[in-house]
Design a protein around this ligand. Structure first.
Ligand code: ADP
Length: 485
């Protein structure tokens, strides 16, 4: 992997604690595997819980000074970090693809998207406005100021090794917080490379720590039990989110949770079918179906069902499965063998319950975690895929007849992250957009992620919003000052 990089020093295998690059105190490391080939690409320091505690202490020690910087001063440093990420896009994308699998073009897209949070929140650092409120008595003056919450920590997954971290770190640092990031043990290299660039950008030593550990639950406990961490931001499964929320209760910590989804993607009779197919391809197959906003259930109105299925099949047939580092690849490998098993279980269950495979279905030979994109028609509500997130390249097509029916079907889930629909009738568009119980609704588009909008879910998909001017609030406390004059 080093030989593919213009700047090999971006491939860091030590953790970043207290402004130093450190080994594990016990000398242990863990392997990072390239999911396209199965080979080991790095051995990364596996920190102990005590070292995680040191990282928290460093963040605390540096945070107070950082908070005294003006917003403009913090903004300048963050902006340098953004510039360095953009300058090093090619190397960052190569590292990302090597450890995560997504095609290089998508990896470059993630670097641009991930870096955009740093740019956006650098700008927001200057606009952390308070409020004045007319006093409740003649001699009273009321002012509201916003202050950084202190030390924040994150736990993030492997599907967006860069962007899931920047959307938390950037608002935290912009607000004046210290930070400890624990990347997924499957994809620590992108996080460490960002740490190298953060150091070069002049982010004060100790303020941002990147702790690489295989023992996620011990790390989560340290974040929750330490007492110094005042804010935990997690992206991952609803199950782990529940565990962390329970643990966070003891210290009454603020939590942001970006949890699972089960996105419906609805195509109405009056939709532009070609646009709907294009949107479905982007929404279902981006990152090979491994995003929490990927379409999981595709509902198609009866009048256009067959036409949509045929067009989707034709478009999916043009996708090319392969190693993300090879030119022309549009679908990379899945992250690991468990991910393959989950998709296969969903497909087998769908066929056992009467679905028809019109494309894919059979596993692929050879090394790497590859699966072909699979489409099943005749999907029904009793199939596992109707209630569980597949997180892979499986598109089940459900048939429906009327609007109220599909709204009921779409909302019949514990999740509420993203939903999508294609329609042209204006009153229908309004009605459906308002009726969907989701934090994000894409209308006539399959791509909704941007740093300028609030991303987050309702129901058991999570708490809080990331991105946009709202995204910094999670890292701020309000203080109301009541003055008698
Ligand atoms: P995913 O299916 O996306 O991997 P997980 O919720 O299993 O979702 O993992 C998300 C992140 O949470 C990963 O970095 C993982 O290592 C971490 N994690 C898993 N279990 C725990 C736990 N009990 N406490 C804290 N973090 C955990």
């Amino acid at each position: 992997l080093k030989s593919l990089l213009k700047d090999p020093s971006l491939l860091a295998e030590k953790a970043y604690v207290g402004g130093k690059w450190v080994e594990s105190e016990t000398g242990t490391t863990f392997e990072v595997i390239n999911p396209a080939r199965g080979d080991v690409i790095a051995n990364v320091a596996d920190l102990s819980r005590a070292q995680v505690a040191q990282a928290i202490a460093s963040a605390e020690a540096t945070q107070k000074e950082w908070a005294k910087h003006t917003g403009k001063e913090r903004a300048a440093i963050l902006r340098r970090w953004f510039d360095l990420m953009i300058e090093n896009t090619d190397d960052l994308a190569t590292i990302l693809t090597a450890e995560q699998g997504k095609p290089l073009a998508e990896a470059k897209g993630e670097i641009a998207y991930g870096a955009a949070f740093i740019e956006f929140f650098a700008e927001e650092a200057k606009r952390i406005y308070g409020e004045t409120i007319p006093g409740h008595q003649r001699d009273k003056r009321i002012t509201v100021i916003k202050q950084p919450i202190g030390v924040a920590a994150s736990i993030t997954p492997w599907n967006f090794p860069t962007a899931m971290i920047t959307r938390k770190v950037a608002p935290a640092l912009a607000a004046g917080c210290g930070f400890v990031a624990r990347p997924s043990e499957l994809t620590p290299l992108s996080a460490l490379a960002m740490g190298v660039l953060a150091e070069r950008a002049g982010i004060p030593a100790g303020l941002l720590n990147i702790v690489t550990t295989t023992n996620a639950s011990e790390t989560g406990k340290e974040f929750c039990e330490n007492g110094t961490v005042r804010k935990l931001s997690f992206t991952g499964s609803t199950n782990v989110g529940r565990i962390l929320l329970r643990q966070a209760a003891d210290q009454v910590m603020k939590c942001s949770m970006e949890l699972g989804g089960n996105a419906p993607f609805i195509v109405f009779d009056d939709a532009d079918l070609d646009a709907a197919v294009e949107g479905a391809i982007m929404c279902k197959f981006r990152n090979n179906g491994q995003t929490c906003v990927c379409a999981n259930r595709i509902y198609v109105q009866a009048g256009v069902y067959d036409a949509f299925a045929a067009k989707l099949k034709e478009a999916v047939g043009k996708l090319k499965v392969g190693d993300g580092l090879e030119a022309g690849t549009t679908l990379g490998p899945l992250i690991n063998a468990n991910a393959i098993k989950k998709v296969q279980t969903h497909v087998a269950d769908a066929t056992a319950k009467g679905g028809t495979v019109i494309m894919g279905g059979e596993p692929m030979q050879g090394p790497g975690n590859f699966l072909p994109p699979t489409i099943v028609t005749g999907a029904t509500r009793d199939m596992i895929v109707a209630t569980e997130e597949t997180f892979g390249p499986f598109a089940p097509l459900f048939k429906f007849t009327d609007v109220d029916e599909v709204i009921e079907l779409a909302n019949d889930t514990i999740f509420g992250l993203a939903a999508y629909f294609y329609a042209r009738d204006l009153s229908r568009v309004y009605k459906v957009a308002e009726a969907l119980e989701y934090g994000i609704v894409g209308v006539n588009t399959g791509i909704i992620s941007t740093e300028v909008a609030p991303f987050g879910g309702v129901k058991q998909s999570g708490l809080g919003r990331e991105g946009s001017h709202h995204g910094i609030e999670d890292y701020l406390e309000m203080k109301y000052i009541c003055m008698a004059v």
